[in-house]
Design a protein around this ligand. Sequence first.
Ligand code: PNS
Length: 158
Amino acid sequence: MRRAIYPGSFDPATFGHMDMIERSSRMVDELVVAVLNNSAKIPLFSVEERVSMLEEITGHLPNIKITSFQGLLIDHAREVGASIVIRGLRAVTDFEYELQIAQTNRTIDSGIDTVFLTTSLEYAYLSSTIVKEVASYGGDISKFVPKQLMDKIYAKYR
Ligand code: PNS
């Protein structure tokens, strides 16, 4: 059983995340999408909301499980039995940070490898931060996030 973990903040999930989830889920038997519960940051959505939104937008995919975690990603990867970490690279600016995290994680546990997928070109510019910025001014976010999430995002700024 090949199981991978795709961690992130997903605050909120975007089409860029969906692209990564759809593509990486085809490479493994099970993909665990893991939402970071980071007490150091104040998110727009609670961890429960983010988990529930991810469940909603990945419902059509057969081999996805959504979890949340606090603390080290490697500990959660071990907990769920994942030996692969999936991360997306949008541009060269992501690389330095991602390389540092991947190498740290591999030093902690050499049995868990990070696999990078390059984000599809059409979403290379996209981030949760951009979605929040546009939504906060009432702009159109239909090209950025699945339609099931649009009202939930706008509601946060009403
Ligand atoms: O979507 P993000 O915010 O870019 O995701 C970052 C994430 C969740 C992958 C990263 O912050 C993370 O793994 N945090 C958990 C703490 C940890 O294990 N850090 C790596 C060792 S320094």
